[in-house]
Design a protein around this ligand. Structure first.
Ligand SMILES: C[S@@+](CC[C@H](N)C(=O)[O-])C[C@H]1O[C@@H](n2cnc3c(N)ncnc32)[C@H](O)[C@@H]1O
Length: 278
């Protein structure tokens, strides 16, 4: 007797719904514009010290005739180094403080080809006058409820290419510290959700990983280390504070100019990109 195989049709996972479910399980609150307003100055300072932008721009290969849209631009981590390499950059972000820092930098350094706007992913970009650019970028800023709508929106504003940089695993969060203070960590969905949803949308993207190098942070003392990890941990309970102090006492070691963690914390980002002509 011939054996016959019954092939069950695979239930198709909707990656937009999977993204939303994973977002709900995140162990930290959604970050609104107020959160980013408070973090703007320190984020800008740290982003400038890192070599993330160099890695990203090497993949981007900017062309002098390009117009570039940078969504969730922050204080200009990418917009500032890209501006001299292209014709013009439109940089948008929902944090007024990020945009104010970018504007101040442009004035101070005589940069005339970055146009900024306080606009969110969720706003009506047509009303905000965000038209098509040669290249559209969303670098580490794709934190939205409706991923499919955001990807469609970004894609629609690009004539030639789209670039997205997305979290890999825990991203910049140091799990060892969470374990040490007894707090659970769930960073929510990472790049693989973005990549799979793009596939479901018929977009077959390239992917490269870049490393946030540049060496460990240097702290003046333990109090400074507490302050510099505040963005990651927020308010600590007395127990958590006690455990974190013990952790620092154990893992901080003397370096030139202060103290640093004795181990290297490497952060990876996934850069996902595609040509519109595919
Ligand atoms: C991690 S920073 C990345 C900044 C910059 N693109 C970079 O790669 O360094 C995330 C940025 O996205 C912005 N952002 C987050 N959610 C946003 C939203 N819904 N609409 C617009 N901007 C948003 C934040 O204000 C912040 O400036």
């Amino acid at each position: 007797m011939m054996s016959s195989f019954v092939v069950n049709p695979m239930p198709l996972l909707d990656w937009n719904i999977a993204w939303q479910e994973a977002l709900k399980k995140r162990s930290h609150d959604r970050h609104d514009s107020e959160h980013w307003n408070k973090r703007a100055a320190s984020f800008a300072q740290n982003a400038r010290k890192s070599n993330y932008a160099d890695h990203f721009i090497r993949l981007l290969t900017p062309q002098p005739h390009w117009s570039v849209l940078d969504v969730g631009c922050g204080a200009g981590t990418l917009a500032i180094p890209i501006a001299p390499l292209v014709q013009r950059v439109t940089a948008i972000d929902f944090s007024e403080n990020m945009i104010a820092l970018l504007n101040a930098h442009c004035i101070e350094h005589g940069i005339a080809n970055i146009h900024t706007r306080v606009t969110s992913w969720e706003d009506d970009w047509s009303l905000a006058g965000i038209d098509q650019h040669d290249v559209a970028i969303a670098s580490r800023s794709l934190v939205v409820e409706d991923l499919r709508t955001a990807l469609t929106k970004l894609d629609s504003r690009a004539r030639h290419r789209v670039y997205i940089a997305s979290l890999v695993g825990d991203g910049p969060f140091d799990r060892r510290i969470f374990d040490a203070i007894g707090r659970s960590l769930n960073r929510g969905p990472d790049y693989i959700f973005v990549y799979n949803l793009l596939h479901q949308m018929g977009i077959h993207a390239e992917i490269r990983f870049v490393f946030n190098g540049g060496g460990n942070k240097v702290f003046h003392d333990i109090d400074d280390a507490f302050e510099q990890f505040n963005w990651m941990l927020g308010t600590l309970t007395p127990d958590e504070e006690h455990n974190l102090r013990r952790y620092f006492e154990k893992h901080l070691c003397k370096t030139r100019g202060g103290w640093t963690l004795a181990y290297k914390h490497t952060v990876r980002w996934a850069v996902i990109y595609w040509n519109k002509e595919q």
